[in-house]
Design a protein around this ligand. Structure first.
Ligand code: PNS
Length: 167
């Protein structure tokens, strides 16, 4: 059977402040399923990010350097508008636990209502990463803990450089 579908271009959106092992696993697994994956960092309004947008771009680019079909970009405004601009037909999101489901369902349904041609694809987080979140990592860091084992090595190095007290 000949399949004539157009290339599957997916966007993996998020704040990535910082990129975690769970994110990287999702990028790698998601990237292997689609033709092109765009990791899109939201240029959000958070007042006290751990890392600037440029730092996050740099760290994610380093971490995905071996993945040929993965690109790193930023966006502002509505995700569906960005998807339209980029010609993306899918949004990739990860689900760690039931607690993620409600928000993810809401986002997926809103996005589908606004742009039905963009389908949200969910991947379950690997169990060993299911408890990791950027928010918790940020909290550990700002309270003086070492979150090095929850993030890729290059991110851990940047964390240690930025917060030398962690040793
Ligand atoms: O890393 P996060 O915080 O889970 O990512 C949330 C993100 C960036 C996917 C979401 O906040 C988003 O898509 N924001 C863009 C604004 C938008 O489109 N909002 C309406 C759909 S919920």
């Amino acid at each position: 059977m000949t399949r004539n579908r157009r290339p599957l271009v997916a966007i993996y959106p998020g704040s990535f402040d910082p990129l975690t092992n769970g994110h990287l696993d999702l990028i790698s697994r998601g990237g292997s399923l689609v033709d092109h994956l765009i990791v899109a960092i939201l240029q959000n309004t958070e007042k006290q990010p751990l890392f600037t947008i440029d730092e996050r771009i740099g760290m994610i680019r380093e971490a995905v350097a071996g993945l040929n079909n993965v690109e790193v970009d930023t966006f502002e405004g509505l995700l569906v508008d960005y998807a339209a601009r980029r010609g993306a037909n899918a949004i990739l999101r990860g689900i760690r636990a039931v607690s993620d489901y409600e928000t993810e369902l809401q986002m997926a349904l809103l996005n589908r209502r606004m742009r039905p041609e963009t389908e949200t694809i969910f991947l379950m987080a690997r169990e060993e990463y299911s408890f990791i979140s950027s928010r918790m990592i940020k909290e550990i860091i700002t309270l003086g803990g070492d979150a090095g084992s929850f993030v890729p090595a290059n991110v851990a190095n940047r964390l240690r450089a930025k917060f030398p007290a962690l040793g």
